[in-house]
Write a protein that binds this ligand. Structure first.
Ligand code: HEC
Length: 142
């Protein structure tokens, strides 16, 4: 039994090191910021940066663990997929996606930021008051 556990642990360690060699998720490029919404106020932008920018802008912060598989895959996927649907840094280049109405919708449904992200980034959680301010601000930004 002891041997089995040792063996299984060894296999896991080898697999862990092997998956680090998979190139997927290593690209942590932040493309240039091309345009942004015309924010109604600096606060609205601050709230967006805090709660949304890691996945919906070209100013992603890549924490150390975003270099370590399998977390790196998740972070990478979120950023690529997130930017493709909404990118505050390419607002005039199609980054607005379906636009302000859709942003209000996901906020009202509590769909964004994603649950798992909030566990890892408690500071991205907006209080009720902040959420109201953000909602208002987004509605008044162009
Ligand atoms: C951890 C990364 C992450 C964060 C942080 C994040 N999003 Fe997203 N978002 C995604 C991903 C991935 C998608 C596309 C897949 C999906 O819809 O779940 C998405 C999709 C969207 C969409 C498109 C509609 C939809 O439901 O597919 C909107 C609008 C959106 N996000 C708004 C926001 C706003 C506003 C914030 C900040 C309050 C935010 N997101 C924070 C990852 C993120």
């Amino acid at each position: 039994m002891k041997k089995m556990i040792l063996y299984a642990t060894g296999v896991l360690i080898v697999v862990f090191f092997l998956i680090q060699l998979i190139p997927y998720g290593h690209d942590h490029t932040n493309p240039p910021v091309l345009s942004e919404p015309q924010w109604d106020s600096p606060q609205t932008r601050e709230l967006a940066v805090r709660a949304c920018y890691d996945c919906h802008s070209n100013e992603t912060r890549w924490p150390w663990y975003s270099n370590i598989a399998p977390v790196s895959w998740l972070v990478y996927y979120d950023t690529v997929e997130g930017r493709s649907q909404l990118n505050f840094s390419e607002w005039e280049q199609g980054g607005r996606g379906e636009g302000v109405d859709e942003i209000l919708e996901v906020l009202d449904e509590g769909e964004m930021p994603p649950f798992l992200y909030l566990i890892m980034h408690p500071s991205a959680r907006l209080s009720d008051e902040e959420l109201r301010a953000f909602r208002n601000g987004i509605a008044n930004s162009r």
